[in-house]
Ligand binder design. Structure first.
Ligand SMILES: [Fe+2]
Ligand SMILES: [Fe+2]
Length: 193
């Protein structure tokens, strides 16, 4: 179950597909960023050894996704390059509390919600695209992103910082914030706009 507080309108997929080259480049950047975020969490929280192996595995998987997207881009004569990012992640992270260990819990929940939104959007793309290599890519990846969503929620729980009631409460709060951020996102053709 994805803990999102809003559903993307089905019209989003057709608009994204109309700018597929830009969305693919953004997708490649998102996979790279997802790997780097997981590694950063390992650096930042060595006193929570329960995070190390799951985050390392997740980072590896995101890098595999990155390579797969870049390979597909090359097959379409597109190059991986710089791109203006969507303001989505930056605005989502504004809700993260400054003090530890609440900061860590919030970061893990934000990561869970980014994975959930990616999964939801990939599902819409996979249902809207014509059968072909792109459609296969999204149909394949969305299951991993759903799993990553669950992994991040489980990790937040396993830190032992919050009990189940407090965790559920904070997930709902951040999911509501995420829904507001995505509703107000820029018009750039991106995975999270
Ligand atoms: Fe991924
Ligand atoms: Fe992921």
């Amino acid at each position: 179950m994805l803990r999102l507080a809003s559903a993307t309108p089905p019209t989003w997929a057709a608009a994204a597909i109309a700018h597929m080259d830009e969305v693919l480049l953004d997708h490649a950047h998102c996979e790279k960023k997802a790997a780097s975020t997981a590694i950063n969490l390992i650096f930042r929280y060595p006193e929570y050894p329960q995070l190390v192996t799951p985050l390392s595995a997740l980072a590896r998987e995101e890098l595999e996704h990155f390579e797969r997207v870049v390979e597909l881009m090359r097959s379409r004569s597109l190059e991986f390059k710089r791109q203006r990012p969507s303001p989505y992640a930056g605005r989502l992270l504004e809700i993260v509390r400054k003090e530890e260990p609440q900061r860590m819990v919030d970061l893990l929940i934000c990561c869970a919600l980014i994975e959930a939104r990616s999964c939801e959007r990939m599902k819409l793309l996979s249902e809207t695209l014509d059968v072909g290599d792109l459609q296969t890519l999204y149909a394949d990846l969305l299951a991993s992103e759903a799993r990553h969503h669950t992994t991040y929620i489980d990790l937040a729980r396993q830190t032992g910082v919050v009990d189940e009631v407090a965790l559920e409460h904070r997930v709902r709060e951040i999911a509501n914030h995420e829904a507001a951020v995505i509703a107000d996102a820029s018009e750039l053709p991106r995975l999270h706009t």
